[in-house]
Design a protein around this ligand. Structure first.
Ligand SMILES: [Zn+2]
Ligand SMILES: [Zn+2]
Length: 218
């Protein structure tokens, strides 16, 4: 299959082109889907905003807001492929919010940007046959006909950025160095070890996230 790539203006020639990463992304992911393409766009938008190259040695940090077992989770693999922030290197975090935003941080300069899909775009996607005739009927991704899924993928890859994504203002984010992030403490309620930056204060006690949630229901 040949994907047409969007024309690049002269001023954009150093920009990351998400279409060029599709084949690699599909090889990693196992099937073609619009969520995967959306991850490529999110990653590219964040990288192009910060002007950073693909990660090699964890100089970048990515933060996904995805939870578990929900739609469009596939975008995580597109983000991994294009940014080089990966599960294996430990520099792609999942925040568990059940949202689709992605924040990329350049650790050295502490520059960061959050990008997210426009809700209108996601709502339009949910009205497409891909969603109503296949996803809602639990048809496996790989069994969705190419003529149904490929136009959606092309649309995601080639839509103007302002129609597809919200790109936030550049922020400064201080991210602890890797060695520091290995620190742990013991939750004062369950007694289990917790990675330090996931600690919460509840009633003066230093606790883990599940204990904070159950304390708030008492
Ligand atoms: Zn997928
Ligand atoms: Zn606990």
């Amino acid at each position: 299959m040949v994907w047409s790539t969007p024309p690049l203006g002269a001023e954009e020639t150093t920009m990351i082109n998400p279409s060029l990463f599709l084949d690699t992304a599909v090889a990693l992911h196992g099937h073609e889907c619009p969520g995967l393409a959306l991850g490529l766009r999110l990653g590219a938008a964040a990288m192009n905003t910060l002007g950073v190259a693909r990660d090699t040695d964890t100089e970048l940090l990515g933060m996904l807001e995805l939870g578990d077992d929900h739609c469009t989770h596939c975008l995580a693999d597109g983000v991994q492929v294009i940014t080089g922030c990966t599960l294996g290197k430990g520099n792609l975090l999942k925040l568990g919010h059940g949202k689709f935003g992605f924040t990329l941080v350049d650790r050295a300069t502490k520059r960061a940007v959050r990008v997210s899909p426009r809700a209108e775009m996601q709502e339009a996607m949910r009205k497409s046959p891909f969603f109503t005739e296949y996803r809602l009927k639990n048809v496996p991704f790989s069994e969705v006909p190419a003529q149904v899924v490929e136009p959606l993928i092309r649309n995601v890859l080639q839509s103007p950025e302002e129609k597809l994504l919200l790109v936030g203002d550049e922020q400064r984010l201080e991210i602890p160095k890797r060695a520091q992030s290995l620190a742990t403490f013991r939750c004062e309620v369950c007694g289990e070890g917790v990675a330090e930056r996931y600690g919460r204060l509840s009633g003066g006690r230093r606790v883990c996230i599940p204990c904070e949630a159950s304390l708030s229901h008492e």
